[in-house]
Write a protein that binds this ligand. Structure first.
Ligand SMILES: Cc1cc2nc3c(=O)[nH]c(=O)nc-3n(C[C@H](O)[C@H](O)[C@H](O)COP(=O)(O)OP(=O)(O)OC[C@H]3O[C@@H](n4cnc5c(N)ncnc54)[C@H](O)[C@@H]3O)c2cc1C
Length: 426
């Protein structure tokens, strides 16, 4: 057998204003925001819990949401969820930030490490309260494109192959998978050798009991342990694009083998793997080629179409604004992205894809989609001033205050200057 032709007639099961593909933090933010704004919404998530890398991927840290000098930059749903995650799970919000923005100058940064699964359950409550529909264990496959317009999405689940109709589609798969299948231009990425899970050991259990801190019961168990800058990436290990089943499998099997080798040296009754990442810990496989790509050289630049201000999570001071154009394309009127799928270049993309900005771009994408529906226009053409007002009402900082800019605006990222870092994922 060389080829077969698949034909299947599908009837639209239900029509929605907006379909959100992928229930990571960006997708949940988009679905909840759009439903709260009065749109009918379907959120599709291929795994068993929501939260994406932040929960399934064990990346359970809100990276800094401030400028490193005691000024908060990230607010909106992110601020709400960071505080929410501290309610029923453990919390690591620094003392200085417990009651909100500190009154006095501090270089302590506003972060929060949270219980991934409890946070996922709290997100379920947010989705339920918003009235958005959700399907878990349901894969968003191909978008139905009529020219450059998206009319719906084909899903695969226990119910079989189904078709849902929509007026707007937001791709929050993290990998731009749905739009890529629809032929919308994307940019492929490369991934370093990173894979970690959680181990419990007799020593870690003892430490937890002695300190009364359950977090101490878990220690990291690593496959590859390479950081986001790729420091010490072994020469004999490939940088995976993660865009084929074979590459994903190679990444998983290599890393799991390294973990096993590490465990062979300790006694079987002294430790057990508590949990593994339930999705590949790829930072990027593909993101949209939007109408604008955020760059490190955009530091301290105001954009007329900014949808949120964000801070650099690794370095203090650096401030950025995210243009709506990083989430959409003028030639595709009713599709857009949020979170990891947004357009950035090199470390400029890293700034966009971490949890706090992912939540904000999810919120912004939802409001842009709702507004485009109401104004009967393309997402790229929405009235930007009106959109910014709606986002400000949601407590999002659109433009960073000039007073927060330091006198010396030289931007050095991980020891490299702007010219050295532009042009590739670090
Ligand atoms: C190793 C590593 C360490 C990191 N460390 C941090 C950190 O400490 N702090 C921080 O803030 N950020 C960190 N990040 C980045 C951050 O976790 C993610 O970029 C962020 O959570 C992205 O959210 P998202 O919603 O855009 O995408 P994702 O979290 O990737 O969510 C995408 C969701 O879509 C679902 N999905 C995918 N395809 C489909 C489909 N076809 N149909 C239906 N559902 C689909 C997935 O199951 C997933 O739930 C790290 C990332 C990595 C890889």
């Amino acid at each position: 057998m060389d080829t077969i032709t698949l034909t299947k007639k599908l009837t639209v099961k239900k029509e929605y204003d907006i379909i959100v593909c992928g229930g990571g933090v960006a997708g949940v933010a988009a679905a909840v925001t759009a439903a709260n704004a009065g749109c009918s919404v379907l959120l599709l998530e291929k795994s068993n819990i929501v939260g994406g890398l932040a929960t399934l991927g064990l990346v359970n840290l809100f990276v800094p949401m401030c400028n490193g000098r005691g000024k908060q930059i990230i607010f909106g749903l992110c601020e709400k969820w960071a505080r929410m995650s501290a309610k029923h799970g453990f919390s690591t919000i620094p003392e200085e930030w417990r009651e909100g923005e500190p009154k006095a100058y501090t270089e302590k940064r506003y972060t929060q490490r949270f219980s991934p699964y409890i946070f996922a359950f709290q997100l379920n409550e947010e989705i339920k309260a918003s009235g958005a529909d959700i399907l878990l264990d349901c894969m968003a496959c191909d978008p139905v494109m009529e020219g450059n317009l998206c009319r719906g999405v084909v899903t695969e689940s226990k119910s079989g192959t189904e078709l849902y109709g929509c007026k707007m589609l937001i791709d929050t798969t993290g990998d731009c998978d749905v739009l890529r299948r629809g032929g919308i231009p994307t940019v492929a990425g490369k991934n370093f050798y990173t894979y970690y899970g959680r181990l419990v050991t007799l020593e870690s259990c003892r430490a937890a009991i002695e300190s009364g801190d359950i977090r101490k019961a878990f220690v990291s168990v690593k496959g590859g342990g390479i950081n986001l800058f790729g420091d010490n990436q072994p020469e004999d290990v490939p940088q995976w694009s993660g865009l084929t089943a074979e590459e994903v499998t190679d990444y998983l099997l290599r890393n799991q083998q390294v973990m096993l080798e590490g465990l062979k040296t300790s006694a079987p009754f002294s430790r057990e793997i508590a949990t593994l990442p339930l999705m590949p810990q790829f930072r990027t496989t593909a993101h949209i080629r939007g109408d604008y790509s955020l760059k490190v050289s955009d530091a301290y630049r105001h954009f007329e179409d900014s949808i949120c201000a964000i801070n650099d999570f690794e370095h203090r001071d650096h401030l950025f604004e995210v243009p709506l154009r990083t989430l959409c394309r003028r030639d595709y009127p009713n599709v857009l992205v949020a979170g990891r799928s947004a357009d950035g270049t090199g470390y400029g993309w890293d700034l966009l894809r971490v949890i706090p900005p992912a939540i904000l771009t999810g919120q912004a994408a939802a409001h842009a989609a709702c507004m485009a529906l109401r104004q009967r226009t393309a997402v790229a053409n929405v009235d930007i001033k009106k959109l910014q007002t709606v986002l400000e009402n949601d407590n999002i900082m659109i433009h960073f205050p000039d007073a927060y800019m330091p006198e010396d605006r030289t931007v050095v990222i991980h020891g490299k200057n702007t010219a050295e870092i532009e042009g590739g994922h670090m």
